[in-house]
Design a protein around this ligand. Structure first.
Ligand SMILES: Cc1cc2nc3c(=O)[nH]c(=O)nc-3n(C[C@H](O)[C@H](O)[C@H](O)COP(=O)(O)OP(=O)(O)OC[C@H]3O[C@@H](n4cnc5c(N)ncnc54)[C@H](O)[C@@H]3O)c2cc1C
Length: 446
C-alpha cells in the first residue's frame, strides 16, 4: 500500500465503542472546535457489544443495536474512519500508521482498543464451523452458518459462553457447554449461585459438562464433532470458543507505555506516556473494592473511563472514582445481579450474610462493616440498594442484620443516603447508585 499524506488531528481515539464514544462525548462538551478522529477496524457505527447475542437470537437487527443515532458523528463534528486498522504507533513522533497506508498525527491519543478473544491451541481449531464470539461480525458469521437443529459445542461456561448458548437455544440449536472448572459462571458467582444457574441451563435443555475441555475438533474441512479431555466424543456442527478475553494491547507492547495485564492508567485515565490515555477493556483502571488497578471489563466502566479520559484530554481535570466487576443478567429466565468479591478471600475479618428461599438466593459479603460483594439470584429487587451501599462505602454497622430483611429499605439507611435516593440531594453530591450525580463529570478545572 503506497504511503499517503499524513492527516493531523487534535484528538485521535482508537476504538469506536463504549470507551471511544465516552471520550468523544466528553471532549465535545468542552471543546466544540478542535478535530476528533475515531478509528475502528470494525465496519460498523458504534453498537452495543452486549447485544450481539440478541442479534444472533434474531431479537435485534443492526440498527436496533446502535449505541448512538446514525447522525451522531456528523452532528458532533467527529470524523469516523471505519474498517481501518491502526497497525503501528510512533509515540515520539505522535504518528499512527494505518493498514490503509494513511498516517494520522495526534496531539492527544486515546487507546480504547478493547479485548481479543483467548483462542487455545487445539487440534482442528482451524476448521470451518469454529467461531469466537466477541464482535458483531462473529454473530453475523454464526447466524449465516447455523440451521434449525444444528448441534453446537460452546467451550467456556462464563458470561460470554452462557450468552451465546442462550442465543443458540433460541435459534433451536442443541447446545453442550464444556467448562474447564467445576462450575459455570465461576468468576462472577459463588458455588451456590453457580449451581442454581447450572440447573436453569439444564432445565432449558442445555447439556453442561464441567471439569473438562475440548482436546480436539474433528471433521474434514468442516467441523463434525469434538473430543473431550476424557476421550468422550460429541457430535456437533459448530464450536464456539468463549473461554475469555484479553486486553488488546498489541499497539503498545514493546513501547515505553506501561502494561501489566492491561494498559496501566492513573485516576485521570492517563498512561505513563505524555498525552496518551487508555480506558475500557484494554486498560487496568482503579477498582474501588480491591483498592488497586485491575481489569474490570464491563460496558459502563469502559464508557465512564472514556468520559474521564475525554475531559482530561480536552484540558479539564476529571477523576475516575473507580469501578468494579458488576453484572446484572437474565439468562434462561433467571435474574442474577452480582458485584465485587462474591467469595471472601480468607476467613479473617470477613462476614457473610445470606439466605435462600423459594429458589431465590441472596448473599452479601462484608469486611469491617463495608459491603465488599454481593450475589442475588431470582429475587434481585434489593440489589441496586446494596450496590449503592457498596459503591458509597457506607458502614452498615447499625443495620447489618437487616440487610436481607423483607422490609429492608430506605428507612434503614443513614438520612443523607435516603434523601439522596429520593432525589432530594443537591447537585454535585452522590447519587442513589453510588455514582456521583454524573460520575464522569469534571471535578474541577485546575
Ligand atoms: C458477548 C458479550 C456480552 C457482553 N455482555 C456484557 C454485559 O451484559 N454487560 C456489560 O457491562 N458488559 C458486557 N460485555 C463487555 C462489554 O461489551 C465490554 O466491556 C465493552 O465493550 C468494552 O468497551 P471498550 O470500548 O473498552 O472496547 P470494545 O467494545 O472491545 O471496542 C474496542 C474497539 O476497538 C477496535 N480496535 C482495537 N484495536 C484496533 C486497532 N489497532 N485499529 C482499529 N481499531 C481497533 C476494536 O475492533 C473494537 O471495535 C460483553 C461482551 C461480550 C463480547
Amino acid at each position: 500500500m503506497g504511503k499517503k499524506k499524513a492527516i493531523r488531528t487534535e484528538y485521535l481515539l482508537i476504538g469506536n465503542s463504549a470507551g471511544g464514544i465516552g471520550a468523544a462525548e466528553a471532549i465535545r462538551e468542552v471543546d466544540k472546535r478542535n478535530s476528533i478522529k475515531i478509528v475502528s477496524d470494525e465496519p460498523y457505527q458504534a453498537y452495543s457489544r452486549p447485544l450481539i447475542s440478541k442479534y444472533l437470537a434474531g431479537e435485534r437487527n443492526v440498527d436496533e443495536m446502535l449505541f448512538r443515532p446514525a447522525d451522531f458523528y456528523s452532528r458532533n463534528g467527529i470524523d469516523h474512519l471505519l474498517d481501518r486498522k491502526v497497525e503501528h504507533l510512533s509515540l515520539d513522533r505522535r504518528i499512527a500508521q494505518l493498514a490503509s497506508g494513511e498516517q494520522i498525527i495526534w496531539k492527544k491519543l486515546l487507546l480504547a482498543t478493547g479485548g481479543v478473544p483467548i483462542v487455545p491451541k487445539m487440534k482442528g481449531g482451524d476448521k470451518e464451523g469454529v467461531f469466537t464470539f466477541l464482535a458483531l461480525k462473529d454473530a453475523i458469521a454464526i447466524n449465516a452458518f447455523i440451521e434449525d437443529d444444528s448441534q453446537a459445542v460452546v467451550i467456556g461456561g462464563g458470561l460470554i459462553g452462557i450468552s451465546v448458548t442462550e442465543a443458540l437455544m433460541k435459534r433451536k440449536a442443541g447446545v453442550t457447554v464444556v467448562e474447564m472448572k467445576d462450575r459455570v459462571l465461576n468468576t462472577i458467582l459463588d458455588e451456590t449461585a453457580s449451581s442454581i444457574a447450572e440447573e436453569a441451563l439444564r432445565q432449558a435443555g442445555v447439556r453442561v459438562v464441567t471439569n473438562q475441555t475440548v482436546a480436539e475438533v474433528t471433521g474434514g474441512d468442516r467441523v463434525d464433532g469434538v473430543v473431550l479431555d476424557n476421550g468422550e466424543r460429541i457430535r456437533c456442527d459448530l464450536v464456539v470458543i468463549a473461554i475469555g478475553v484479553l486486553p488488546r494491547i498489541e499497539l503498545v507492547s514493546g513501547t515505553d507505555i506501561k502494561v501489566n495485564r492491561g494498559i496501566v492508567v492513573d485516576r485521570c485515565m492517563s498512561t505513563n506516556y505524555p498525552d496518551v490515555y487508555a480506558c475500557g477493556d484494554a486498560a487496568e483502571a482503579y477498582d474501588f473494592i480491591y483498592g488497586a488497578n485491575r481489569l474490570t471489563p464491563i460496558w459502563p466502566n469502559a464508557y465512564i473511563g472514556g468520559r474521564v479520559a475525554g475531559y482530561n484530554m480536552a484540558g479539564v481535570r476529571a477523576e475516575y472514582r473507580g469501578g468494579t466487576a458488576m453484572n446484572s443478567l437474565n439468562y434462561f429466565g433467571l435474574d442474577i445481579a452480582t458485584a465485587g468479591m462474591v467469595v471472601p478471600p480468607d476467613d479473617r475479618h470477613w462476614e457473610v450474610v445470606s439466605q435462600r428461599n423459594n429458589g431465590a438466593y441472596q448473599k452479601i459479603v462484608l469486611n469491617d462493616d463495608l459491603v465488599m460483594g454481593m450475589v442475588f439470584v431470582k429475587d434481585i429487587e434489593k440489589s441496586g440498594m446494596i450496590f449503592s451501599l457498596m459503591k458509597d462505602r457506607v458502614k452498615v454497622t447499625n443495620f447489618r442484620q437487616a440487610l436481607l430483611a423483607d422490609d429492608f429499605g430506605l428507612a434503614y439507611l443513614p438520612r443523607e443516603l435516603w434523601q439522596e435516593c429520593l432525589g432530594t440531594v443537591p447537585a454535585g453530591s452522590t447519587s442513589a447508585f453510588g455514582m456521583p450525580a454524573k460520575a464522569e463529570e469534571p471535578i474541577s478545572s485546575e
